[in-house]
Design a protein around this ligand. Structure first.
Ligand code: LLP
Length: 417
């Protein structure tokens, strides 16, 4: 559930602010987020885990705006990061370093050093080479690094191949078959302290079965590791819970968590860590865009809108479907449109074959744009990145200004004569 609804005036609002008024004031394309929706989704995970020891580490990559992070930090959220950039953002937003887990296959020594100095909760290590590097850096800093190993459980998440990560053929994690051996190796390194086990099998999963299968595999491994003298204190199940973009019916966080807790019956002392990104952020945001032109040819009707693949890449990159709805619906007859942006690529579209009653100048909302939206935007075609607004009740905070033209080339220079 989210807080983007049509009000009695027939218009779409974000909480208690009309989207027409926001577009008017801040221009388009414009990302609009709802604080209440972020909080609702984060709390859904937190309460679902009940009194079992747990930590919800929001996956920063889904939406890393400081305003958003500050809302979650105030709830006491942990954070899952994959770069120093994300680490510094979390700190700038008031996040607690002791609740940070650091994922990713390519952590640099600099990134490790900074995270060690801050005393993060855990490094989710993905290879033996990374264990060696972390051991060395921790030795230099004079601390012991808390680690977890990301185990690849070889489970098919049955999602889009670009966002499926738990199969043997993927670059992620340590293969299940080698896990015991690598744990043994890790526990012998003097500057590392084995704390946990983690996995992340993919994103936008709409079925519980792959989650349960991988959790069972990891719990089995925890028991074997105990026999080897390696004590695991936390199980990090990664992110990946899907959301409704169209007619998907993903499990609710409560169903997801209770299925996991049931498996954890025999392991009541093991802290459960979640890394949800999309499930918290996707439906907490919309992208507002205006129709610039309507164009018709023998084959198609096009609505040329002012948002493009540089603003929201998911449709072009994954053929992802996101709902596109009028902010002020019209009574006139609907036609079938392709909604395309101004970028010079055939693949630049946000929606195809959508039935809408449109006129030039109309305002549209692309739904479910709070996750993997702005964060994946670029300046392609020298387009300024959109502004972002976070609505809180009847107040709208600009949490990122629209980029200006001169900022586009601020870091560049022409050659000397
Ligand atoms: N933890 C790890 C280690 C991850 O790699 C990811 C996402 C997450 C957590 C959060 O997963 P979520 O709960 O959001 O599914 N750009 C793609 C999604 C890429 C996800 C990458 N990893 C998209 O727009 O669909």
């Amino acid at each position: 559930m989210d807080y983007f609804n049509y009000h009695q005036d027939g218009q779409l609002w974000a909480e208690d602010v009309s989207l027409e008024s926001l577009a008017e004031q801040h221009g388009t394309p414009l990302y609009v987020y709802s604080r209440a929706t972020f909080e609702r989704h984060w709390n859904a995970f937190d309460t679902a885990a009940g009194d079992h020891p747990h930590l919800v580490c929001y996956a920063v990559k889904a939406n890393s705006n400081l305003g958003v992070l500050s809302v979650l930090a105030r709830l006491g959220s942990g954070f899952d990061i994959v770069s120093q950039g994300e680490l510094e953002r979390v700190l700038a937003a008031g996040g607690d370093p002791k609740k940070i887990v650091f994922s990713g296959v390519g952590k640099t020594a600099t990134e490790m050093r900074r995270a060690l100095e801050l005393g993060i909760k855990c490094f989710n290590v993905e290879s033996e080479a990374e264990l060696d590097r972390l051991n060395e850096v921790a030795g230099q800093v004079g601390v012991v690094a808390p680690i977890s190993l990301r185990i690849n459980p070889d489970v098919d998440a049955k999602t889009h191949p670009y966002i499926s990560t738990g199969l043997k053929e993927n670059k992620f994690g340590i293969s299940f078959d080698r896990a015991r051996e690598v744990y043994r190796y890790a526990s012998e390194l003097p500057h590392l302290n084995v704390q946990g086990i983690d996995c992340h099998i993919g994103s936008q999963l709409t079925d519980l079965a792959p989650f349960i299968e991988s959790t069972d595999r990891l719990l089995g491994l925890i028991d074997q590791l105990r026999e080897d003298g390696v004590e695991i204190c936390h199980l990090d199940v990664g992110g990946g819970l899907g959301v409704t973009y169209n007619d998907e019916k993903p499990p609710q966080p409560s169903e997801y968590a209770s299925a996991l807790l049931e498996r954890l019956q025999g392991h009541k002392d093991i802290e459960l860590i979640f890394e949800p990104g999309r499930a918290i952020a996707a439906n907490a945001g919309v992208l507002l865009t205006r129709v610039e032109y309507l164009k018709h040819n023998e084959e198609k009707n096009f609505a040329i809108i002012d948002a493009a693949m540089n603003d929201l890449l998911r449709p072009s990159l994954y053929q992802a479907w996101q709902d596109i709805i009028p902010v002020t619906p019209r009574d006139s007859e609907a036609k079938t449109y392709d909604l395309v942006g101004p970028v010079c690529e055939t693949g630049d579209y946000l929606g195809k074959n959508r039935s809408l009653a449109l006129e030039a100048g109309d305002l549209l909302a692309v739904r479910s744009a709070g996750a993997y939206g702005f964060v994946m935007s670029s300046n392609y075609n020298s387009r300024c990145r959109a502004a972002e607004v976070l609505v809180d009740g009847n107040v709208a905070h600009v949490v990122r200004q629209r980029e200006t033209l001169s900022e586009l080339w601020q870091q560049e220079q022409v050659l000397p004569q």
